[in-house]
Design a protein around this ligand. Sequence first.
Ligand code: GUN
Ligand code: ZN
Length: 429
Amino acid sequence: MQRLFLGTVLHFLSDPGAEPAPGSWQLFEDGALLVENGKVMRVGDAATLRADQAPSTEIVDHRGKLILPGFVDTHVHSAQLDVIASYGTQLLDWLTRYTFPSERRFEDADHGARMANMFLDRLLASGTTTASVYPTVHKQSAETFFAAADARNMRMLAGKILMDRNCPGYLRDDVISAEVDCRDLIQRWHGKGRLGYSLTPRFAPTSTPAQLAMAGRLFNEVPGLHLQSHLAENVHEIKWVHELFPDRRSYLDVYDHFGLLGGRAIYGHCIHTDAADRARMAETRTAIAFCPSSNLFIGSGLFDFEQAKAAGIRVGLASDVGGGTSLSMLQVMADAYKVLQLKGQHLNPWRAFYLATLGGAEALSLDAHIGNFMPGKEADFTVLDFAAIPILKHRADIARDFAERLFALMILGDDRAVAATYVLGERAF
Ligand code: GUN
Ligand code: ZN
């Protein structure tokens, strides 16, 4: 069945850049999106699409609201809704004091299933339809997450966390059992429906060299696998990595040494890198998940966005909840804007919305399927209402042009602005 969604439609064709380049997006203020069997058929002006409309086409009226491709969160922890808003620590203390004890509860599969569903409910309520997700070390936490995402037909990446040292015994796996668990999860979930498996060594300090080597072997053996981890987030973490891996030139070089870089690999944070690291990331097509909310909240530092882009690295936006304080990618865009301000850089609204949609899909190598409304892509989208938040409504009403309205939305918006979210053309929120 065909459905024609009416509203203001915006999507991106490429990175608008620092000086927004028209032609990198399409905006149809009185627009329409034609969807059939979960795929985008056409996007354009409502008048044009309605003229060609078949009599049986169902009309869904979102006029006055903004229809955008679903947001893509390139790095988020589904098992950290219990640690969001935890007081007074930086990374290593934050992990020990709050995060590890809370992740322990996911050894219980029922807890995992409940939290996976709550997490996906909150993502959809925030307009996010795809994410690269960290459950916990427990195999069943990945299992319950995949099952919950599959039941909702969502395009999701996830993988059991790998960690076999420098963490409490109750969160520790070992090389052999971890490989067995990964292979089993890959066999059952990788490529099932819209799911993909992402190998997930937590970060270099919590994996032995043998475990990182195992991850590298799998990454290079199984076609289409993704990989995610953390890199250069906090200065104490970096010092620790140098102590643990004295033979490696840099933190990035640890991952490089074990074959963990590549076009389907994405690393969260990457705040404290040098020019050689950035050149190597670009050369290997390794992507970055920029986590501004988390970086401000845990006090990790200010990511140099322009430097990463100048090096030619793909960068996506990420909430990094529970280090980050909101699942709303609108809030993440607002924090990204503020981080760039402190670096003397500027994040224009076109580029911010690109990063939260097509840019995220590109950073996760999922842009063949999602990220914009090119015909044939999967019809995941969200509908945003400028009028749902009084101060946003006021600011948007007096805006001189659409860019100003869009900027108000990313600075003042959050999940209250989400009127609806669709997965494969079906209403999911
Ligand atoms: N580094 C290792 N684990 C984590 C985590 O759970 N959150 C963040 N922000 N950084 C990490
Ligand atoms: Zn993280």
